[in-house]
Design a protein around this ligand. Structure first.
Ligand code: SF4
Ligand code: SF4
Length: 167
């Protein structure tokens, strides 16, 4: 299973993150680092989907990293649009892999600055390459680049749906 390798790297601490209130989410949303986790999260497997429609309907955007567009939640001045007072409104299985992989540290709470980090073994370049291959294999490389370049009118983030947590 392609996603099993990530499970070994997870070091979540929901209690600590609840106390923190999502300092990382207020700073910048995490990215869907693995295209297969993205497909699984948004239940796209076996469906005829278009990138622009998925981004629009799921309140996502694209961040260009090393020339490669990577999906992530939209954000406003307050940070990720999925963040609410009581935490992330996305069910755990829909959250970006980068969010899930962040290792909470108590020092963040103590100092008020993000001291949380990412596990050794997380190779961003490899993740970006996977996305490039994913786009190329599906023939949507140019489409992804075009969307990333021209994305201007996301839906009003304040109308964002609230997904009930199933995790
Ligand atoms: S990962 Fe760190 S910064 Fe993010 S919510 Fe948890 S404790 Fe706060
Ligand atoms: S998706 Fe959830 S966990 Fe990730 S940045 Fe947004 S609010 Fe935080």
């Amino acid at each position: 299973m392609k996603l099993l390798r990530w499970k070994a790297l997870l070091r979540e601490d929901p209690m600590l993150c609840t106390q923190c209130g999502g300092l990382c989410c207020k700073s910048y949303p995490g990215m869907y680092l693995d295209p297969f986790q993205f497909v699984q999260a948004w239940e796209l497997e076996g469906k005829d989907w278009r990138l622009g429609e998925v981004l629009e309907n799921c309140y996502l955007s694209l961040k260009v990293c090393m020339g490669i567009p990577i999906p992530l939640p939209r954000f406003s001045a307050g940070g990720c649009i999925f963040l609410r007072k009581d935490g992330c409104t996305l069910p755990r299985h829909k959250r970006p892999l980068e969010c899930l992989l962040m290792i909470p540290r108590v020092e963040t709470l103590l100092g008020g600055e993000i001291r949380c980090g990412f596990p050794q073994g997380l190779d961003y370049l490899e993740c970006f390459d996977r996305w490039r291959e994913f786009y190329q294999e599906r023939g949507i490389w140019k489409e992804a680049l075009l969307i990333a370049k021209t994305w201007t009118s996301p839906k009003n983030p304040f109308l964002v749906k609230v997904w009930r947590s199933e995790s």
